[in-house]
Design a protein around this ligand. Sequence first.
Ligand code: AMP
Ligand code: ZN
Length: 478
Amino acid sequence: MEPLYLFNTLSRKKEKFKPLKDKIVTMYNCGPTVYERPHIGNLRAYIFADTLRRTLEYNSYKVKQIINITDVGHLTSDADTGEDKIEKTARKKRKTAWEISHYFEKLFKEDIKKLNIKNPFKFPRATQHIKEIIELIKILEKKGYTYKISDGIYFDTSKFKNYGELAGLKKKKFIAGARVEINPEKINPTDFALWKFSPKDIKRQMEWKSPWGIGFPGWHIECSAMSMKYLGKTIDIHTGGIDHINIHHTNEIAQSEAATGKKFVNYWLHVNFLKVEGEKMSKSLGNIVTLEDIEKKGFQPLAFKYLVLTSHYRSEMNFTWQAMESAQKAYNLILETISSFNLSINLYKSLSINRQLSILHSSASREILNIINDDLDTPRLIAKLWEVLRLNENLKFKKIFVLKADKILGLGFKEFLVKQKLPAKIKNKVLLREKLRKEGKWQEADKIREKILKAGYKIEDTKQGPIIKKVVIKKLIK
Ligand code: AMP
Ligand code: ZN
C-alpha cells in the first residue's frame, strides 16, 4: 500500500502517517461557534476535515471523529476580553443564548449534510461538559499552573516549557509578537483564561458554579476537555483553520500537556483561508457568503464543494462568483459524462476492453492512493478524474475510477449514478434510430434524436456505437 503523508504544522513537514493504534485513528476537528450561520470559509474547514477522514478510510483505517459545538466561551476577542459571541447575539436578537446556539447548530448540521460531509462519531457541546472542564482546571491548579485575577482563573504560560512550539516561534519573539494586551493583571501577555467569572454588571444567561466562583469556561479548555473525554489523553489528529495556530491550538497544547504530562496531539493539520473576491470575509466589508447565498443564486452545494476541492487545503482559496459558475458547469459536465455509464449499459460489452474486473479495481485504487496520499492532493485527483473521463476508452474502468474517487471527494457521483436508468420508451427510440441509420434513413433518424433530446437525453455516436447521456442543466439565477 502507498504510505500516507500528511503535512504536520508541528514539524512544518510532510510526515509519514502512523496512528497510535494499528487500525483506528482518533481525530478532533475544532467545531463551529454557533452564533451565526457558518460562512463558506468555515465550511471549507469541514470539507477539509471530511476529505481527511475519507482519505483515512480509503487507507483502511477506522476513524473515531469528533466535531465539537462551541456554544459558550468564545469571546469577541482572542485576548480573553470582549463579550461572549453567543450571549451578544442573543441580546441583539432578543432570544435566549440557548435558542441562538441550538438554532445555529441546526443550520450548521444542515449545511454540512448538503455538502455530503459525513457525520462524526459525536458533536459534543461545550455546555454539556462543564463538569469535565472544571475537573481539568482543578488538575492544572493542583499542579501549580493557574493563578486568579479579578476576572477569572488564568493559565501561566511561562510555566509551560514548550509554549508556542506549534506557532513555530521562539518564546521571546512569540511574546513580543503577541497582540497588545489589555489586561494588566495578567503575568505574561500570552496567559489565557481557563475560567471566567460572570461580569458583575450584566447578568449572563449561561453560567455555572465552580470552585472559583460563578462563571463560564474559557474557549480553549473546552476543546481539551472534550478531546480527552472522547478520544483519550493523546490523539492522532487535530484540525482547524490556520487562524487557530497561534492562540487556540497553542493554548490547547499547553494546558493539555501540563495536565496530563503526555503529548496531546501527534499530527496538527490546518486549512488555509478562503477569501471572497480577494478579501477577507468580514461583516464590515459586507462580503460574508453562506451556502444559502450560493443556493439562492441557483448553484448546488456540491458544485461549491467541487470548487473547494480544486484548491489544495494548504493554499489560500479565492472565491469568486465567476469561479462558482465555472465550477457548476464543470460539475454538470461530470454528471452528464458519468450518466452514460448506466444509460449505455447495454453497450458495455463493445466499449470495455475485456480485462478482469479485479485488475481494473486495483489499478484505479493505486492511481487514487498515489495522488491522495500525498497530503490530500484533491486538485490533482480532480485533474486525474477529468483525464480518465476524457481519454480512457474503457467505460468499465471509468465507472470504477469515478466511484472510487468519489469515496474521497464525496461529490454525490454514486448517488447520482444509481438514479440513472434509461426509460424503456427512450431505449426503444434509441434502438429504432440505430435501425433507421443502418437503413440509411438519416432524416428519420435525426427526428428521433430530436425527440430523445426533448425527453432529456442526448446521443453521442462513437466508433463503438451510440453513448447516451442525461442532459444536466442547472439553471442559474443571476
Ligand atoms: P469558528 O466558528 O469561528 O470557531 O470557526 C470554525 C472553523 O472555521 C475554524 O476551524 C476556523 O479556523 C475556520 N475558519 C474561519 N474562517 C475561515 C476562512 N475564511 N477560511 C477557512 N477556514 C476558516
Ligand atoms: Zn478548538
